[in-house]
Design a protein around this ligand. Structure first.
Ligand code: NAD
Length: 337
């Protein structure tokens, strides 16, 4: 695109509070005059046979074409005959790494004020391969798949990310003392990649010890890379260190350079439609999307406006102990731009 042409990006407002917080992002982008044109796609009300899920084929094509998008939370519909929406997105778009930065927000007091770490979760295999079956009555089996290809790919991404973002250290999180073959292979791949990055310190930490260290002194960590299930758990633990799900952004990295940013939280049905949700997680995710697009000035401008609004403390949503509505908070962020 020429400088005057807007960049097209896909937007999935999603379910529950999704449309409210997506509206907030659109507001802030308008106020900051971000040169993005959204292609909005909603989750369908029937299964699309081409995706075997409620996601339409057109919506996936939109992300493939644009290479970049932002996603609100999607509720997992109950019932058979379709695939989970999030799993469909991961598989169809080859979203192999989930990147979650976690840093203390100045002015919002939690137990720690020096958290500054990034978890990088392998997103495609491990215990999430969906291979479960009953062997005999009373005995079931679930297969954990670890491949050299996926492990090298996520390790490469972690070291690349560390170098590109001026980070010093990558810790591989594992349980290879027990899961010798699977986690053993994951570590072997991490070691291979680490050799190519002598400027970055590499260490291996057993997951139980990692949990203890994280809650005792999170500043010990910088970039953490890990297989799927560990990543699921550790990244939520890290979200808790800085104030909860309303604050933490993430970005999924896919094949061919696709980036699909998303808030970490779910559709929050308990507060949906009440103008109570905190749009910060999705706003910070949209900032990650802008950084991916190298729209650094706009990213910095919006990032600072969010941090300043929170640290000023005048407008805070209910989850952060305030009484502001989603729209009041959004307006305050726009005023800080
Ligand atoms: P949830 O994250 O939706 O809610 C957990 C708690 O956190 C609730 O009390 C909720 O009100 C609160 N919360 C979450 N986001 C908030 C925000 N932005 N502002 C203020 N409060 C917020 O988790 P859940 O209730 O377990 O899941 C609800 C649905 O979301 C389920 O269908 C689940 O499958 C789906 N889900 C989707 C994703 C995703 O799309 N990536 C992730 C997790 C859960």
């Amino acid at each position: 695109a020429s400088p005057s042409e807007p960049i097209r990006a896909t937007l999935f407002p999603g379910d529950g509070i999704g449309p409210e917080i997506a509206e907030s992002v659109k507001h802030v982008f308008n106020a900051a005059q971000v040169p993005i044109e959204w292609e909005e796609h909603f989750v369908g009300d029937k299964v699309d046979p081409r995706t075997e899920s409620f996601l339409t084929w057109e919506s996936l094509e939109s992300v493939r074409r644009n290479g970049v998008g932002l996603k609100g939370p999607m509720a997992t519909p109950i019932g058979k005959g379709h695939r989970s929406l999030n799993l469909t997105l991961r598989k169809e778009l080859g979203l192999y790494a989930n990147v979650r930065p976690c840093y203390s927000l100045p002015g919002y007091k939690t137990r720690y004020d020096d958290v500054n770490l990034v978890t990088i979760r392998e997103n495609t295999e491990g215990e999430y391969s969906g291979l479960e079956h009953q062997v005999v009555r009373g005995v079931v089996e679930s297969l954990k798949i670890i491949t050299r290809q996926a492990s090298l790919r996520v390790a490469e991404y972690a070291f690349h990310y560390a170098k590109a973002n001026g980070r010093q250290r990558v810790s591989a999180i594992h349980k290879a003392n027990i899961m010798r073959k699977t986690d053993g292979l994951f570590l072997k791949c991490c070691r291979e990649v680490a050799e190519k990055y002598p400027e970055i310190t590499y260490e291996e930490v057993i997951i139980d010890n990692c949990c203890m260290m994280l809650v005792k002194n999170p500043s010990l960590f910088d970039v953490l890379v890990m297989p799927n299930l560990y990543g699921d758990i550790i990244s939520d633990l890290c979200a808790g260190l800085i104030g909860g799900l309303g604050l933490t952004p993430s970005c999924n990295i896919g094949e061919g350079g696709i980036a699909l940013a998303e808030a970490v939280h779910g559709s929050a049905p308990d507060i949906a439609g009440k103008n109570l949700s905190n749009p910060t997680a999705l706003l910070l995710s949209s900032v990650m999307m802008l950084r991916h697009l190298k729209l650094t000035d706009k990213a910095d401008q919006i990032h600072n406006a969010i941090l300043n609004t929170i640290s000023e403390g005048k407008y805070r949503t209910v989850d952060l102990g305030g009484n502001s509505s989603t729209t009041d908070f959004t307006k305050a962020v726009c005023d800080h731009l």
